[in-house]
Ligand binder design. Structure first.
Ligand code: AMP
Ligand code: GLY
Length: 430
């Protein structure tokens, strides 16, 4: 067990920076690569960025390098079959196959899967004919939720409070495709589902095909502005643990959603391996429903979750790729971790790139500014995407973690920086 490994993280966001930051601390890791990485992973002398995104070229590179373990961050390479490609050539990789990743990449697949296996979720219908979709919305009424079938980088969901908004969403998803959704086979489809009320949480587990191990609980803040106002985003901040996930909610999420999903996938001949993320809606009645599945960790949830993980992530992922998760118990820091996303000017619709990041506080073990949309150019760190950084800190309680994360934020400078001032507010409620 003393062999040192070369390890590869696939992706280039804040989640992948946090994964690489955690993995490089493992005594099992000899060398860490990130493909393609970002400005933060480029600046770190312990990490090496690899400018390859094509799945086959990456596999060829990994073979030539002797990469012993690969972990995949984002959905796009999973949906492109990176796990299938690596496994077909005998490489060890943690993530779901392309077929299993349909739980995220196709809303039509995941909704039909949930219906078939009795997994609680909002009632829905799927349409490819716009006229039928319009008629259905008129029949059901608002509020109603319209979702594009296909990966849309978090922009394919419209929670329509009025009928007019619902009709408009159907047109831009089915008729114009102004979102640029990567359609699944069979062309453009929408899922129209009933509106659910309650509080959301992110429920993320590791799965080795048989055993499921829950990660620490977390909650994300999806709206751009304070007090959950403004447009939906990929996530403006997150913290762990999430008090809304009470032991009872945890039990119901595992027994009613996660375990039936993993068993259902096995029954359907598509065994699930990798991270599995259920977006939960916790209804006022205490019922727990599935809003969506993601076949990966959340971003920014990963940043606070991994800051609390005390176990060796390389060991955990090795066990997960060898079907040995049942041998492990994850160890967590009792403190709260909280991350505040610093987004670019114009995010989420038209993020501006190329602003110089002129101040960045130094990392400490319990306070790190993870990079996401950044790039190194001529020795300078520039913004290069919508969500730029995630200032993440540990504290004895929510208030302390929040205060320490905002102290980090105060040390960051770039033009047009946007961030929420209230990350963690739901956990601060009396
Ligand atoms: P999704 O990508 O399916 O998780 O949807 C993105 C966001 O839209 C979720 O985080 C919720 O805030 C909201 N949403 C999705 N589905 C529903 C629903 N059925 N009822 C209410 N809100 C929803
Ligand atoms: N933060 C939400 C997600 O990763 O999908």
């Amino acid at each position: 067990m003393s062999d040192k490994m070369k390890v590869l993280v696939v992706g280039g966001g804040g989640r992948e920076h946090a994964m690489a930051w955690k993995l490089k601390q493992s005594p099992r890791v000899a060398q860490m690569f990130v493909a393609p990485g970002n400005g933060g992973t480029a600046r770190d002398a312990d990490l090496t960025n690899i400018e390859i995104t094509d799945v086959r070229a990456l596999r060829e590179w990994a073979q030539a390098q002797g990469i012993a373990l690969t972990v995949v961050g984002p959905e796009a390479p999973l949906a492109a079959g990176v796990v299938d490609e690596f496994r077909a050539h005998g490489l060890r990789i943690f993530g779901p196959t392309k077929a299993a990743a349909q739980l995220e990449s196709s809303k039509a697949f995941s909704k039909a899967f949930m219906k078939r296996h009795g997994i609680p979720t909002a009632a829905y219908e799927t349409f490819s004919d716009p006229a039928q979709a319009h008629a259905y919305v008129d029949q059901v009424g608002a509020p109603i939720v319209v979702k594009a079938d296909g990966l849309a980088a978090g922009k394919g969901v419209v929670v329509a409070m009025t009928l007019a908004e619902a009709h408009e969403a159907i047109d831009f998803m089915l008729v114009d495709n102004t979102l640029g959704v990567a359609h699944n086979e069979g062309g453009a489809r929408v899922v129209i589902e009933s509106f659910l009320q309650g509080e959301e949480a992110s429920f993320i587990v590791l799965c080795d095909g048989k055993t499921v191990t829950a990660l620490a609980t977390s909650q994300d803040h999806k709206r751009l502005l304070d007090a959950d106002q403004g447009p939906n985003t990929g996530g403006m901040g997150a913290y762990s643990p999430a008090p809304v996930v009470t032991p009872e909610v945890h039990r119901r999420a595992m027994e009613e959603i996660i375990l039936p999903t993993v068993r259902g996938m096995e029954k359907d001949g598509i065994p699930y391996t990798g991270f599995l993320y259920a977006g939960l809606m916790i209804e006022p009645s205490g019922a727990v429903k599935t809003l969506e599945f993601n076949c990966r960790m959340g971003d920014p949830e990963t940043q606070p979750i991994l800051m609390r993980l005390q176990s060796d992530l390389a060991e955990v992922l090795l066990a997960a790729t060898e079907g040995r998760l049942s041998d492990l118990t994850l160890q967590w820091d009792d403190r709260v971790a909280l991350g505040v996303v610093l987004a670019a000017h114009g995010y989420p619709l038209t993020p501006r790139k190329g602003d110089a990041i002129t101040a960045l506080p130094a990392d400490r073990a319990d306070a790190v500014v993870f990079h996401a949309g950044t790039a190194m150019k001529d020795g300078q760190v520039l913004t290069s995407g919508g969500r730029v950084l995630c200032a993440t800190a540990l504290g004895a309680d929510v208030a302390t973690a929040q205060q320490r994360a905002y102290e980090l934020v105060a040390g960051v400078r770039f033009d047009g920086m946007q961030y929420r001032r209230d990350i963690g507010y739901r956990a601060l409620k009396p």
